[in-house]
Design a binder for this molecule. Structure first.
Ligand SMILES: NC(=O)c1ccc[n+]([C@@H]2O[C@H](COP(=O)([O-])OP(=O)(O)OC[C@H]3O[C@@H](n4cnc5c(N)ncnc54)[C@H](OP(=O)(O)O)[C@@H]3O)[C@@H](O)[C@H]2O)c1
Length: 305
């Protein structure tokens, strides 16, 4: 049964397996934090899952078993949002292969993207995504990197009326595109945006994040580890003592920096490994850094660079 919570025993076991500090193991709060989607009030768990590269694999028994384990762990701890795209080669197919053998569909919030030019091609791609992922209704359809934005937003809204899609959104992954994204927000008023934001890429907090909050737009955060580069930046550095209050690993330090921003709805770290999934899920539980601690995290990180 999906209880969406850690038992104390599971916490201690996970902490021991990951070599985490006891603080995370005895976290008082046992239900994953959620944030409401402003357009509907639906609660979304703050930790999601990205699939770029890490789900782009052949459907071998070993590859499928690892992804099945990831999704089972993910849903058993109350997480739900998985993000894909036709641009990620075999990722949508792998999601579908896992869902074929499990009962997990109804526990997932499936987000994907349209990434092509033209209405006909967009419709064909969105139909194919739904089939590949065995999604039925797609929870969130996003215009990938704002490609052919006006055309696809119109189609997505038509599909929403037909209940083939629940929410609409737009994405990008570069700070240099934040201006274009702001324009898209003002013109199209999407229900979701997906952007890059992390300790190493903080530009979005200047304008876009406050704007999303003001406009009532849900925010997904991609590249939370800068595709792994943040781990390289702290290699050989111990977590500071003051972080033990809220993080038991560097992964949790990086993710909690993101989800403690009040405009952020959900962060979508990608992983191919169940033990990294467990680590990432831990960032959805327990105390979050406050505004003063967030500044301290920024200074600490900047001094390493
Ligand atoms: N334009 C767009 O719409 C756009 C662009 C970029 C990304 N995205 C979305 O955002 C998602 C996340 O971004 P990303 O995939 O670029 O990179 P990311 O999530 O910043 O980093 C992923 C990397 O971190 C490693 N990792 C994950 N958890 C870890 C942990 N706890 N400890 C150590 N290493 C860990 C993964 O390796 P392991 O497999 O070894 O765990 C992987 O190499 C994408 O998958 C995609 O869904 C969207």
């Amino acid at each position: 049964m999906n209880t969406g919570s850690w038992t104390r025993r599971e916490m201690l076991k996970l902490a021991a397996a990951l070599g985490l500090t006891p603080a995370i193991a005895i976290a008082r709060e046992e239900t994953m934090h959620t944030r409401d989607i402003p357009s509907s009030g639906e609660a979304l768990p703050v930790i999601g899952l990205g699939t770029y590269n890490v789900f782009d694999v052949d459907s071998t028994p070993a590859a499928l078993a690892a992804r099945r384990e990831i999704l089972q762990l993910f849903t058993s701890k109350g997480a739900s949002l998985i993000d894909s795209s036709p641009m990620y080669n075999r990722s949508e197919q792998i999601i579908g292969d896992v869902l074929r053998d499990t009962e997990l569909r109804n526990q997932l919030f499936i987000a994907t993207k349209v990434w092509t030019d033209g209405k006909t091609s967009g419709e064909r791609q969105m139909r194919e995504s739904a089939q590949l992922m065995r999604a039925g209704t797609i929870d969130l359809m996003q215009v990938h990197n704002l490609r052919d934005l006006d055309v696809h937003m119109a189609t997505i809204r038509e599909w929403q009326k037909e209940k083939l899609i629940r929410y609409n959104g737009v994405t990008h992954y570069r700070a240099s595109a934040l201006g274009q994204l702001e324009k898209a927000m003002r013109v199209h008023r999407p229900e979701f945006i997906q952007i890059n934001y992390s300790l190493g890429e903080r530009e979005a907090q200047e304008r876009l994040l406050p704007l999303a909050q003001d406009m009532g737009i849900a925010v997904l955060i991609n590249r939370p580890y800068m595709t792994g580069r943040l781990f390289a930046a702290v290699k050989g550095t111990e977590l500071p003592d003051w972080a033990a209050e809220f993080a038991g690993s560097w992964g949790q330090f990086f993710l909690k920096y993101i989800v403690s921003h009040p405009a952020v709805t959900c962060v979508i770290p990608a992983t191919s490994k169940p033990h990294h999934m467990a680590d990432n899920l831990g960032a959805g539980f327990g105390p979050m850094p406050d505004a003063v601690t967030r500044r301290r995290m920024e200074s600490f990180f900047d001094e390493l660079a």
